[in-house]
Design a protein around this ligand. Structure first.
Ligand code: SF4
Length: 396
């Protein structure tokens, strides 16, 4: 179902473009509710870049962007996508070229500059929602007010560009569907708290395509409910993540984005040692649940998205996961691409270690640029973690 839904999502987008309908490229945690309400065809370049990375076709698009002067230090999702916008074709995953760009910088400021660049190169309009950084535990009222004004302005821009009126009744329906998708997404992956966990966190990475691309659609909620029911039945029967005889010996958290080109190696190396990734800070980001009758609540939730918050928030989140998921260890992906997440990794690791005592390792990698990741380094770090986790278990 997952594969079929993904394929249909991209086929529909290509068809819409061929029929002359406007296509939007949106940041993955943009307020898709507005686009869905306007009945626009939306594709997500980050998701496409991840798919291209997983199918090992990123290097030629990266080479195109770097060849045209974009720095290797730029996020590789941006480099893959900027390369794609120039070439317009990838054997790994095609998407139609955009007519509108839509982004919210709750994710990072890279995405804003990346979309500005595309708007200039492709000469198309860009709608941008600014989300002020959240420094405290809660989103201040003034931030919600400010973001609401940004959202209203974005709605006006979309109306102007498309020549269509925004329908607030349809928005209510879309917010309901999005809430349901987030609810079942969270409920399903939270079953990783069971011991043994009926899921491997790498399943979450696979299902993320739907969490990103089909948040506002009923089908997203239906798929996650089905996945939840299947996992719940496994948990009820006491089944672990893998086949019979393959025991979950250690439970870990994965911090950061997956290494899409190395998904199989990173998964198999953990599995070989009986290590199951039961939770990750990354898929958790798409747990965007709000009061579906309130635009204020929508703004509040988008503003307090994980990447738009402090080190303290990251530390608190991970410490809570350590307890809730009964973790033996943590693996931090020092992702060369994602400065917003990775500049803070070493400090987050230090504080989590201090508060929980749970051992951890950091490895170097990248979400789509295969040049950064080393299989040998990854496995050595995993082995080091394994030794400490084993010693702690014996000590217990
Ligand atoms: S991976 Fe990081 S830098 Fe790249 S778009 Fe996502 S949040 Fe921004």
């Amino acid at each position: 179902m997952l594969a079929a839904m993904q394929a249909k999502h991209y086929e529909d987008a290509m068809k819409a473009k061929a029929e002359g309908k406007p296509v939007v490229w949106s940041a993955s945690i943009g307020l898709q509710e507005l686009l869905e309400t306007m009945d626009l065809t939306v594709v997500y370049p980050e998701n496409q870049a991840a798919a291209i990375g997983a199918r090992k076709a990123a290097p030629e698009l990266i080479a195109n962007a770097e060849g045209r002067g974009y720095s290797t230090d730029l996020c590789s999702y941006a480099r893959v996508n900027i390369g794609y916008a120039d070439v317009g074709e990838s054997p790994a995953q095609n998407i139609p070229l955009p007519d509108i760009l839509f982004c919210c910088d709750n994710l990072c400021h890279t995405v804003m500059k990346w979309y500005e660049t595309l708007a200039k190169e492709l000469n198309i309009p860009m709608v941008h929602i600014h989300a002020p950084f959240v420094y405290g535990d809660d989103v201040p009222e003034r931030t919600v007010k400010y973001m609401k004004a940004e959202v209203e302005n974005a709605i006006r821009q979309l109306e102007e560009i498309t020549g269509k009126k925004f329908d607030y009744d349809k928005l209510a329906e879309v917010m309901h569907n999005s809430n349901q998708t987030a609810y079942w997404w969270k409920k399903a992956y939270s079953l990783g708290m069971k011991n043994p966990s009926p899921l491997s966190g790498f399943d979450m990475f696979n299902y993320m395509a739907v969490a990103v691309c089909m948040r506002g659609k009923k089908e997203g909620a239906e798929l996650f409910k089905l996945w939840h029911d299947e996992l719940a039945a496994k948990a009820e029967a006491g089944l672990g993540p893998w086949k019979e005889g393959e025991e979950e010996k250690y439970r870990v958290l994965w911090d950061g984005i997956a290494c899409w080109p190395n998904l199989s190696f990173t998964f198999k190396t953990l599995k070989k040692y009986g290590i199951n990734m039961v939770v990750s800070t990354y898929p958790d980001i798409w747990n965007l649940q709000y009061d579906e009758t309130s635009l204020d609540s929508l703004c509040d939730v988008y503003a307090k998205h994980y990447a738009n918050r402090t080190i303290k928030h990251s530390v608190n989140t991970i410490c809570k996961h350590v307890k809730d998921y009964d973790l033996d260890g943590i693996i931090y992906h020092s992702n060369r691409s994602c400065k917003v997440m990775d500049f803070r990794t070493y400090e987050v690791q230090r504080q989590v270690q201090e508060r929980t005592g749970v051992p951890s390792v950091i490895f170097d990698g990248d979400q789509t640029d295969p040049r950064i990741f080393s299989e040998a380094q990854y496995e050595t770090r995993v082995q080091a973690l394994l030794e400490v986790m084993a010693a702690r278990k014996e000590g217990k």
